[in-house]
Design a protein around this ligand. Structure first.
Ligand code: TYD
Ligand code: MG
Length: 457
């Protein structure tokens, strides 16, 4: 009798099915099922093993007051950006997934962390590169921590054995896709391997209280390969993103059991690794001598941080058939919506124009407060009249052309004020603002037409 059978797994959500299906009934994604060989005995092994590394002691209910706050103990990473996205440092016993496309800088970020934490014992486990390759990279980044250990290993049980012997303070695993456990037959990178290895790591982290960073590659369509499967197992998911052609990188919290998920960290990839960017506004505003048309500056928020960012638009006559619409860093559908608002409420004619929109620095912005700046950039390019580089914008625009209020307007205004802007356009519907607090002029408007009058007379 054969001992193995095949099961189909959804690579997006990890659902299993005995047959191949085109559309996953659970997550509704198409073409995500892959075949994997599963050993029938595997289940029995898991049963025998108690599905745990160590034998579980019988759990008993404990009064909540008697539970000690181990969780709040955090290790300072000495990296302001990483600390911020983790919610204030590394929580003991946590499992943190760092996802990102290949080449974005995940290994660099983690190696840098390992090398700068002076006096903290870090075990860097790699199945991706040889130790010599890592050494070369380490020399680029600079070795401050002599307590950084390298291990080239992909077998989870071996990793745990070495980790127990070394007793590090932090473990980094590069990457989940190279790991394999003896308890699962399918090859490394497959859904069942990835899932089982992550579960083992989670157990190890909890039992040993050693925090583990887990690097995971994201496939082209933006999922961590074998991916959503992991998100619910790990404690924290950090996404490392950015345009590879630009040097800026954003570290975003997608899930965090120990902090807020709205935080971001900004880095710049330089010759010596990743440099934390402390004042994002300065880099996101391009230096220019004269005011050019099609540029407007938005005062936006990412997490708790306000910064100013440039939106650039180009509106040109469309000579070839259907006009083009293209936007980078801003939702294309939202841009089409704003164009429609301008057509209907401010009599612009974009129907025969190509429209391009770009957010500076290769950033992707979801904050609706950028709407007003997008409108200003689009109309400025349309009219070929520059908007002064001393003016900032911060408001959402609704379907009827109304200018809507946004959250934390005070922080946005003071950031623009601090950077020496002369004027900021905001919504009239914001809560009361103490005008005397700021040096810059605050213009409150309620409709898009008012902005047009103010900017172009
Ligand atoms: P890497 O960390 O290997 O990416 P990942 O692990 O996410 O696949 O980063 C690779 C890129 O970073 C590579 O294209 C070179 C660049 N880089 C620098 O620009 N400066 C540096 O100091 C280092 C170490 C890498
Ligand atoms: Mg790597």
């Amino acid at each position: 009798m054969s001992k193995s059978k095949t099961i189909y797994f959804c690579q997006n959500c990890g659902n299993q099915s005995p047959k191949w299906v085109g559309k996953c009934p659970v997550c509704n994604e198409w073409n995500t099922y892959v075949e994997e060989v599963v050993d029938k005995q595997e289940e029995k092994i898991k049963e025998k093993r108690g599905y745990a590394l160590k034998k579980h002691e019988e759990a008993k209910p404990i009064p909540i007051l008697e539970i000690h706050e181990l969780e709040t103990k955090r290790i300072d990473t000495l990296d302001t950006e990483l600390n911020r996205v983790l919610g204030g440092g590394i929580v003991l016993g946590s499992l943190v997934l760092i996802g990102g496309e290949p080449g974005i800088g995940k290994s660099t970020l983690m190696l840098q962390l390992a090398l700068q934490l002076k006096g903290v014992k870090v075990l860097y486990v790699t199945g991706e590169e040889s130790d010599r390759q890592i050494k070369l990279r380490a020399e680029r980044v600079g070795i401050k921590n002599e307590q950084c250990y390298l291990l080239t290993e992909t077998n989870t049980q071996q990793i745990f054995k070495q980790a127990e012997a070394l007793a590090p303070d932090i473990i980094v695993i590069d990457s989940i896709q190279t790991l394999h456990t003896v308890y699962v037959e399918s090859p490394p990178g497959s859904v069942s391997q990835v899932r089982e290895c992550t579960a083992e790591l989670q157990r190890f982290a909890k039992e040993s209280s050693i925090p583990i960073f887990l690097i995971g590659h994201i496939t082209k369509d933006g999922m961590i390969a074998g991916p959503k499967v992991l998100e619910h197992i790990v404690d924290t998911v950090l996404q490392f993103e950015g345009d590879r052609n630009y040097t800026y990188r954003i570290l975003r919290t997608a899930k965090n059991r120990f902090g807020s998920t709205s935080e971001i960290g900004i880095y710049e990839m330089v010759g010596e690794g990743l440099r934390p960017v402390l004042n994002p506004s300065e880099i996101l505003l391009t230096q220019r001598e004269n005011d050019l048309s099609g540029i407007a500056i938005a005062a936006m928020m990412e997490g708790m941080r306000p910064f100013l960012i440039e939106t650039q638009a180009l509106v040109t006559p469309a000579f070839y058939g259907t006009p083009q619409r293209s936007s980078t860093g801003f939702d294309g559908r939202r841009m089409n919506m704003l164009l429609a608002v301008l057509e209907k409420r401010a009599s612009f004619r974009f129907g025969t124009k190509d429209v391009f929109l770009n957010i500076a620095g290769g950033l992707r912005v979801d904050d609706p407060a950028i709407d007003l700046a997008v409108i200003a950039a689009l109309t400025s390019s349309y009219n070929d009249i520059p908007v002064s580089s001393k003016i900032a914008f911060s408001a959402e625009v609704g379907l009827s052309g109304e200018v809507r209020s946004v959250s934390r307007i005070d922080q946005r205004i003071s950031e623009a004020d601090k950077l020496g802007f002369d004027k900021i356009f905001i919504s009239k519907f914001n809560q009361k603002i103490d005008l005397k607090k700021y040096n810059l002029e605050i213009v409150s408007i309620s409709r898009v037409q008012q902005l047009m009058e103010q900017l172009y007379g």
